[in-house]
Design a protein around this ligand. Structure first.
Ligand SMILES: NC(=O)c1ccc[n+]([C@@H]2O[C@H](COP(=O)([O-])OP(=O)(O)OC[C@H]3O[C@@H](n4cnc5c(N)ncnc54)[C@H](OP(=O)(O)O)[C@@H]3O)[C@@H](O)[C@H]2O)c1
Length: 342
């Protein structure tokens, strides 16, 4: 089959399009013809080797995908599970024992991909393969963080850092869907303009504004709760950036506020300032991955037009290297979709 392949860590010049052995369908597996695969923030990290996760070389990038079943393993074909050849699916890409697709198991930027049938999720008729492929990792994670873990509601003012990415654009839409007030950060005005179109109430341009000062100007400076002199600050911060933004964010959160994290794009061991956590009785809440039920919930929201995936571009397989370079250059808003069979 035709696939995007890299044999060692490095820049996008390590990726080539070439022939790769077809996936072998085990008895409990299916093979899927990949019609669309989406890129995520972790694709450059896996390519560059910055996560510390073991990479099985030769490696194919791409974690999220949608397509149709073209082969059923013997046990799948014989089971009363309802799966048939030609069914449209959008798998949950995390496989216990193998890891995340595109991270520690082969990715899906290829004509075909193999996955155990227990990870299959049906793509609703009303959802295109391009939209379905955009959802699992970014939108599933955002849904769990905002809804299940964060319980973001209409009364909340939410600050979303790096809101221009796949997770961030979904967090923005989910926050607006419940009526929250949303402040977003992004590193260029053209990106912030797009976030305003998606409903952002306030924007902070991190290329020219200082985060803490700008957030205080919008939401006020937090004041200590136990003195009775409360007020100021945001209720919720979505911070998967880490790095120097971590300690800065603590200075923007109101007393008893929630800071939610699912990642650390700019560094996972940043300097912090614990005084803010006790003084303002802050809540730091982690969120990791998403369940099959949460992925179905997101697919249903897209099917009913309650949520629209933000698609930056749809491209053929041979455009995957420049598309990953765009992620490295922070030159996109939303998700890039690659169609490996075009
Ligand atoms: N735990 C989980 O299950 C899980 C699942 C999915 C994702 N994640 C994590 O969630 C985070 C977001 O993922 P993603 O795919 O949406 O996007 P991402 O590529 O990590 O980027 C999100 C945004 O962060 C900003 N950014 C990128 N590099 C940066 C840097 N070095 N310093 C500061 N800001 C930077 C960019 O916005 P601007 O340039 O506009 O600032 C970008 O649009 C990642 O850390 C990812 O690993 C975790």
């Amino acid at each position: 089959m035709r696939a995007a392949i890299f044999d060692e860590h490095g820049g996008v010049d390590k990726i080539h399009i070439g022939e790769f052995p077809d996936p072998e369908c085990g008895p409990d597996d299916v093979v899927i013809r990949v019609n669309a695969v989406s890129l995520n923030g972790f694709d450059p990290m896996i390519l560059c080797g910055t996560t510390g996760l073991p990479t099985p070389f030769p490696m194919i990038p791409g974690g999220d995908y949608a397509g149709e079943i073209v082969e059923l393993g013997a046990n799948v074909a014989n089971a009363a599970n309802g799966w048939e050849l030609g069914d449209r699916v959008c798998p949950h890409p995390f496989v216990p024992g193998e890891g995340m697709t595109g991270e520690t198991r082969l990715g899906a930027a290829a004509q075909f991909a193999r996955i155990p049938a227990v990870h299959l999720i049906r793509t609703p008729d009303a959802v295109s393969d391009d939209d379905a492929a955009a959802l699992p990792i970014a939108y599933g994670t955002a849904y769990r963080m905002m809804v299940t873990r964060g319980k973001v509601g209409a009364a909340d003012t939410v600050l979303i850092l790096g809101a221009t990415g796949g997770v961030g654009t979904c967090c923005l839409q989910l926050a607006k869907a419940v009526g929250a007030t949303v402040i977003v950060t992004g590193s260029a005005q053209w990106k912030l303009d797009k976030l305003m179109e998606l409903g952002a109430d306030h924007v902070i341009d991190t290329s020219r504004e200082e985060l803490v000062k700008a957030c205080h100007a919008i939401a006020g400076k937090p004041r200590m709760g136990l003195t009775g002199d409360t007020g100021g600050g945001v209720d919720v911060i979505i911070n998967y950036i880490g790095g120097e933004t971590w300690a800065q964010s603590l200075r923007c959160l109101k007393p008893d506020g929630r800071m939610l994290t699912c990642g650390a794009t700019a560094g996972y061991a940043p300097p912090t300032d614990i005084r803010y956590i006790w003084t303002y009785e802050q809540n730091i809440i982690g969120s990791n991955g998403w369940t099959a039920e949460e992925q179905v919930a997101v697919l249903d929201m897209v099917a009913t037009k309650a949520l629209t995936p933000v698609i930056h571009a749809i491209r053929p397989l041979d455009q995957i290297a420049p598309s990953i370079q765009e992620l490295i250059d922070r030159a996109i808003v939303g998700k890039t979709i690659i169609r490996p069979n075009e």
